[in-house]
Design a protein around this ligand. Structure first.
Ligand SMILES: NC(=O)CC[C@H](N)C(=O)O
Length: 627
């Protein structure tokens, strides 16, 4: 990925299903902490802002702490958290001696030794990047079962409405941060559930007995059904109660990912499968997806199941997870990325005039590497078929047979990513120069004026890194032509379900469409669409009016204009930018069909509102998020 887009959060949950002493004996006292560390570290790709972790101890006597939480916004937040936690363990080992292996002593004296863990990696899409906004969030209460600890990978498109609903319920929230809004909504119905159970049993039992009954009978299924019905967005929300029940619930379209594994020792949940696989060394086929519109609920005694929370809609899981965000060592994702590269081959061959002798193939590190392998397999296949044809035809006339058979695609590592250089010199010209050195290249492998360079990237969002860094750098090598290939289609519309790209005017595809309108004297359409968007404001069901602007042009016209925009002023080589088609995207990634950023087809009414609002913001010159 050359243009950085910030995105995503990751969740990690572990519930030990047997008494703590079982694990102490079998694996040692640090078992769950170690597993949690791996689970979170293997998802570090999902949170650039911070990380947090909470731990709940089951069945603690009154007077002892049973909820612990740490959060960090340090440069390596996961490592920072676990350094602090392991310090506690080390001290306990030193001071406790033999008691370090005693369940009772550990739980009474050492934090983070409970049976239930909830971890989170954050990239914020709402609110600032401050420690207060790092998950898990706590909603505290003196009744154990009313305590709620929450963390999520989510973005709601109707936070304002949800906030108003809370006020309507009689609450008085002190902030508008989306995680608080969502937690307060769930917390409200958790309170009601506890209260209902209390009313039911209070005449027959003492209050202390009722508390126990409540903890055992707490119906999170009912709580979530009531709380989630007004959510509009993409979400995987995880929560645990002070009494030790837990849930992870997923939006009706399955936009955000969630996977789990369970056996008689543990229930584990994570945003990505490879994290579970690596941490617990289980078979891939044993890791299941939490179904869209469902919640995985683990009750206080450790029983678990999936329950329907909202009416599941069409499954439109985010395809960007597969193209770029998620780790590429998931076997399905690996295959899909390769297939994305392979499907681009016909377009690539056209761009290089099938001249493999004078073409060098390369990729932008690191996320485009897998697509690159797929593209090269496709090129090799083409070559073998070509060689076969020539031999079968018996016409090796152009070259000698040996020449034909020895031809191999030329592959070089042309683009290297370096650390960002500090832009301490503040004038624009020098800042641009520093930006251009984020990447470096390999010299003397390109034949000047003869070779074409093909580089594949996973996506092109704003096009600025291409223009300011990569193309300038590659052009200095003196190639005849540069072909940039994007394994993702043109990003035309904003995201509002977890990826931080809601300012439409920044997308290079949008700028291209805008320039084409101007070239063709169709500028008047901008105002027409603006009117439609403003007239629709406040309406629940809206259409995506911005689509009409893109519909004026073909895929190729937009690609050609993107090429023009990204071309640095002083570039010598010819340039061509190629994008994946949406059809091929779906062929490569059939089970994750969420494609609103490419097509404008949002799966929820809130998404339609966001795209129109984003356009209005653009027209009014407001550089703000559209949700
Ligand atoms: N990327 C995410 O999932 C963000 C979660 C939440 N909206 C936050 O800003 O904290």
């Amino acid at each position: 990925m050359s243009d950085q887009i910030l995105h995503e959060c990751g969740i990690a949950m572990i519930r030990l299903r047997k008494p703590l002493s079982y694990y102490i004996e079998k694996y040692g006292p640090t078992y769950a902490m170690n597993k949690m560390y791996i689970l979170m570290e293997k998802q570090h790709n999902r949170g650039q802002d911070g990380a947090g972790i909470a731990n709940i101890k089951l069945d603690i006597e009154p007077g002892h702490r049973y909820i612990s939480r740490y959060r960090s916004i340090k440069a390596q937040p996961v490592a920072h958290l676990f350094k602090k936690i392991s310090k506690k363990y080390k001290r306990a080992q030193k001071e406790g001696k033999g008691r370090f292996r005693d369940e009772q002593w550990l739980k009474e004296n050492v934090a983070f030794t409970g049976e239930l863990w909830l971890g989170h990696l954050r990239y914020g899409t709402h609110g600032m990047n401050s420690i207060e906004n790092v998950h898990p969030f706590l909603r505290q209460n003196n009744w154990r079962s009313r305590n709620l600890v929450m963390a999520g990978n989510f973005n709601m498109t109707n936070v304002e409405e949800l906030f108003d609903l809370l006020v309507g319920l009689g609450q008085h929230p002190k902030e508008k941060v989306d995680t608080v809004t969502v937690m307060e909504k769930i917390g409200h119905f958790l309170d009601e559930e506890v209260q209902t159970l209390f009313e039911r049993y209070k005449d027959k039992f003492s209050n202390r007995e009722v508390s126990d009954i409540i903890e055992n009978e707490l119906d999170l299924h009912r709580v979530l059904k009531r709380a989630c019905k007004d959510f509009d967005g993409g979400y995987t929300m995880a929560g645990v109660t002070g009494s030790g029940s837990a849930f992870v619930t997923r939006d009706p379209n399955g936009i955000r990912p969630a996977y789990y594994y369970a056996d008689d020792e543990v229930v584990v949940v994570a945003s990505e499968k490879p994290a579970i696989k690596t941490a617990f060394n289980v078979d891939y086929s044993q890791i299941e997806e939490i179904k869209p519109g469902h919640a995985l609920i683990v009750n206080k005694s450790g029983e678990y199941g999936q329950y329907q929370i909202t009416q599941p809609g069409e499954k439109t899981a985010c395809s960007f997870e597969r193209i770029y965000f998620s780790r590429g060592n998931d076997p399905d994702i690996y295959r899909e990325r390769k297939q994305l590269g392979r499907l681009l081959v016909p377009q690539v061959l056209k761009a290089i005039n099938s001249d493999l002798r004078n073409t060098v193939f390369s990729y932008i590190p690191n996320t485009a590497e897998t697509a690159f392998f797929g593209m090269m397999e496709g090129i090799e296949e083409y070559l073998i078929n070509k060689q076969k044809d020539i031999i079968i035809d018996g016409k090796p006339s152009v070259d000698s047979l040996e020449d034909i058979l020895s031809l191999r695609p030329r592959v070089e590592k042309l683009v290297l990513k370096d650390v960002k250089l500090r832009t301490f010199i503040t004038d624009d010209e020098h800042r641009d120069e520093m930006v251009s050195h984020v990447y470096d290249t390999t010299y003397e492998v390109i034949r000047k004026g003869i070779d074409t360079v093909v580089v594949i990237d996973d996506s092109i969002v704003r096009g600025t890194t291409l223009e300011k860094s990569i193309l300038k750098m590659l052009d200095r090598l003196g190639p005849k032509k540069i072909v940039v290939v994007s394994s993702a289609p043109q990003i035309r519309f904003p995201d509002c379900y977890g990826i931080d790209m809601s300012k439409m005017g920044e997308f290079v595809a949008f700028r291209a469409m805008r320039a084409l309108l101007k070239d063709q004297g169709k500028d008047y359409l901008l105002g027409e669409v603006y009117e439609r968007c403003t007239r629709a404001r406040g309406h629940e069901r809206q259409q995506n009016y911005v689509k009409q602007l893109y519909e004026q042009f073909t895929h190729d016209e937009i690609s050609a204009k993107v090429t023009e925009i990204c071309r640095p002023a002083d570039m010598n080589a010819e340039l061509e930018i190629i994008f994946q088609t949406v059809d091929n995207l779906h062929k490569a990634i059939p089970l994750h069909s969420g494609d609103w950023y490419f097509t404008g087809d949002y799966p929820t009414p809130g998404g339609m509102k966001v795209v129109n609002r984003s356009y209005v913001n653009y027209m009014e010159g407001k550089l703000v998020r559209a949700y």
